[in-house]
Design a protein around this ligand. Structure first.
Ligand SMILES: [Zn+2]
Length: 474
């Protein structure tokens, strides 16, 4: 950079810091009020699995967005509606699409809660309520971040689209069609989701991808009924053996999946990804102790995070055949079946991998029936995205800590609707404490995490599109 450019960048940078500090001050001054507002919000149940309170909470959100000066609508889907809010008064400025979900898990078992799930209560610096961490406290922090910018500066540093799903806790069945149908209205430069938990040490994290998922069953049919293993032993084929032999052709003892072609589209980790995972803390011995195991799965030489992030898996979820009760029962069972899931990595697709499974089974055990269950595409945004540095800077400014970068997490979320359907980079930035007990009784969100979340949301709006970010905060 030329000296003049550099000086200009530095002065814009310090101007941006002053503007953001004013927002942080506003958050500090209003912290108590923000906590009260969140508690009021979390007192309204919105349980998608039980169809309780959904429309009421969608309306509450719409009213809140309108009161802040955003446009807001409740858009129907085949299931629960999506709340879509927008602020686009920075002509020509880039747009961030924020995603969250306003539905919550069922609160049962009620007797396991210290205080009732929809009567938010503060104990030991935490708010206890159903949905407080997953996901009301997290998207509400982003809403308050927007509100704080608007109160202090009368405008936002960039344009914002806020999309709130009402069915995440039941698998977002209508999200893919909603995003496809409304892709023109969802035009943005990137997607940010605040969901999940920070590292147990309290260190913030950024996630760039998720593995995909393919579920299937293999069914083996034998004789019409169970038969006597003596009178028919050696005569009637045993479906359990057929299944076991087939499974043995699908994965070997060295831990490799042996379905032809399954590794054709597995990309090796990049240098930058390897560098990121080398910085991630993990305690393998502690994990083994916690789970009562002596070693990790095969292959032994594979690194912990490489296993979770860059390799597909083939997992037997359940294996069923014949008699499993007390004593003995000398039969040849009439059938056998297995439930499997495969976690897929970026570049693999459930359709292609399922076709490989079908082909493999047809070659090795043609009489076996293959049944496809649900699936989800993998998703990955490059860790070398130009937004990465700006996100890191925003988190550092809000929390004073450098985040850990997770190129992929092992589980599956429908992030592909953003990366593949909309073609946008997508980032997951969790705000909740790691012991938030989401989906469980006594779900909680630490007030500290909530307030850090508001500041992080505010800093993201200020820093995401800033090409002049100079170094990082001190
Ligand atoms: Zn959840």
């Amino acid at each position: 950079m030329h000296h003049a450019d550099e000086a200009g960048a530095r002065s814009r940078d310090s101007e941006q810091r002053r503007a953001l500090d004013a927002v942080f001050d506003y958050v500090d001054r209003n912290a108590q009020d923000f906590v009260s507002c969140l508690m009021a919000y979390a007192s309204h149940p919105s349980i998608s699995a039980q169809n309780i309170g959904i429309d009421e909470v969608a309306h509450l959100l719409k009213e809140r967005f309108l009161a802040m000066g955003m446009t807001a609508e409740i858009l129907p889907t085949k299931g629960n509606p999506v709340v879509l809010a927008q602020w686009n008064r920075q002509a020509g400025a880039p747009t961030v699409l924020l995603y969250g979900h306003y539905d919550v898990q069922p609160p049962e078992p009620l007797e396991a809660w210290t205080t009732p799930p929809f009567e938010p209560t503060i104990r030991d610096g935490r708010i206890f309520a159903r949905g407080i961490g997953d996901n009301k406290g997290q998207h509400f922090a982003q809403i308050l971040a927007i509100e704080s910018h608007l109160k202090v500066h009368g405008k936002l540093p960039c344009n914002v689209i806020f999309m709130l799903d009402g069915e995440e806790e039941v698998g977002s069945p209508n999200l893919p069609s909603f995003v496809l149908e409304h892709r023109e209205r969802l035009k943005a430069d990137l997607v940010v989701t605040a969901d999940g938990s920070v590292h147990p040490s309290g260190t913030p994290i950024v996630q760039f991808g998720v593995r995909g998922l393919l579920n299937f069953e293999l069914h083996v049919h034998g004789a019409k009924r169970d038969v006597h293993s003596g009178n028919y032993g050696g005569v009637v084929p045993n479906p359990a053996w057929t299944l076991v032999h087939l499974l043995a052709t699908m994965k070997n003892a060295a831990g490799e999946i042996t379905i032809d072609g399954v590794y054709d589209r597995v990309d090796p980790p990049s240098a930058r990804e390897l560098e990121a995972i080398a910085a991630l803390p993990v305690n393998v011995a502690g994990l083994c102790e916690e789970l009562g195991m002596t070693q990790l799965d095969q292959p032994q030489e594979r690194g912990y995070f490489e296993r979770l992030m860059f390799h597909p898996t083939l997992t037997i979820n359940g294996l069923h055949s014949g008699y499993g009760g007390p004593g003995m029962k000398t039969i040849i069972p009439d059938s056998a079946f297995v439930k499997c899931d495969m976690r897929l990595v970026e570049s693999q697709t459930p359709d292609e991998v399922f076709a490989l499974v079908v082909k493999h089974v047809a070659r090795h055990a043609p009489s076996v029936e293959v049944v496809r269950l649900n699936s989800m595409e993998p998703s990955k945004t490059s860790i070398e995205s130009p937004y990465t540095q700006n996100i890191v800077t925003a988190i550092e400014r809000a929390q004073g800590k450098r985040p850990l970068l997770y190129p992929v997490v092992g589980g599956s979320l429908p992030d592909y609707v953003f990366t593949k359907t909309l073609g946008l980079p997508a980032f997951l930035i969790p705000y909740a404490n790691s012991d938030q007990a989401n989906h469980a009784p006594n779900e909680n969100l630490s007030i500290d995490c909530f307030l850090k979340g508001i500041k992080t949301g505010a800093a993201l709006l200020a820093c995401l599109f800033d090409r002049d970010v100079v170094g990082s905060s001190t």
